[in-house]
Design a binder for this molecule. Sequence first.
Ligand code: HEC
Ligand SMILES: [Cu+2]
Length: 338
Amino acid sequence: MRIFVAVGRLRLWLPTAALVMSGCGGPFPQSTLLPRSDFARATDVLFTDIFWWAAGVFLVVETLLVVTLIRFRHREGRAAPKPTHGHTLLEIAWTLAPAAILVFVAVPTVRTIFATSGEAPADALKVDVIGHQWWWELRYPDLALVTANELHVPLGRAVQLSITSADVIHAFWAPPLGGKRDAIPGHVNQIAFRADRVGDYGGQCAEFCGASHANMRLRVVVDSDSGFGRWATEQLEGPAAPAPGTIAERGKAVYARSACIGCHTIQGVSPGVIGPNLTHVGSRTTIASGLFPNDSAHLASWIADAPALKPGALMMRMKPPLSDADIAAIVAYLESLK
Ligand code: HEC
Ligand SMILES: [Cu+2]
């Protein structure tokens, strides 16, 4: 009878276990366990350290528990075991041992807190990160460069992020590069890190901020030193002027007479500051804070009806709606803005 119950339970547990384990398959675009900067490595080392202390404590406690359960279990006709009271040596030992373990946990923890407090050397690359519902404005004050949603940083150089918000509280979190920091209106929090591997990393707003909080992603691109220089130089150039007679040129004209100009900056074309700077939007790989690939199809549906793609998006549907031909022209124009 028992064996049937056991088999019945297994039938339930096996698929559950399989489902849970499928989470271990990767890839892990936002894992804190794949550190790619000094900051992330420091917290990873601390985590591993504390994990092994905890594992040791677990092993000792569980072993004692299981041994006790077996040795002193009730048996017919056997007297109850004799309890121990006032064993000075035992009591000193089980007070000192945990205290010592806590010291071994506390000292590296405090050291890591200070090491990751956000202080960067004076020559660090400074970036102001400003959270908006539901996208990230990125300003490089020393380069006079403004972009959005895709943070480019050079490999191996100290980077100082100064994080704040234009509306509600958000939190900047790019797990492979370092810890979370709240983005609070009227207050600046800092993160400093030095990326140690070229790559393209995911991030996410980590503080509930409204309808599209879950869609408020970001990307961090760690470039080689020369790659970063090239990127910055291109970003600092004025927007590409579409060739006469092209559809992109018509798109520029449609853009310039649409509501877009009230919300978006394109250097020399429009001064809006509600939405992301579009001067080099064509050079980004994603749109809408890392949510969609930056391709013609997504750009077109975004311009036609942004809130349909991203609930609550503060870029409302255009009224009156733009014709398909006008949208296609704007898309061609935006794509030319490399
Ligand atoms: C009311 C202000 C407003 C108007 C008008 C507006 N936008 Fe936007 N736009 C935004 C906001 C806000 C975002 C960011 C939305 C988000 O990601 O949550 C945005 C995002 C975008 C993006 C994605 C940029 C990126 O880097 O992710 C593009 C492209 C864009 N708008 C193009 C346009 C075009 C073209 C028009 C005119 C047809 C237009 N917008 C009109 C506010 C506006
Ligand atoms: Cu959020």
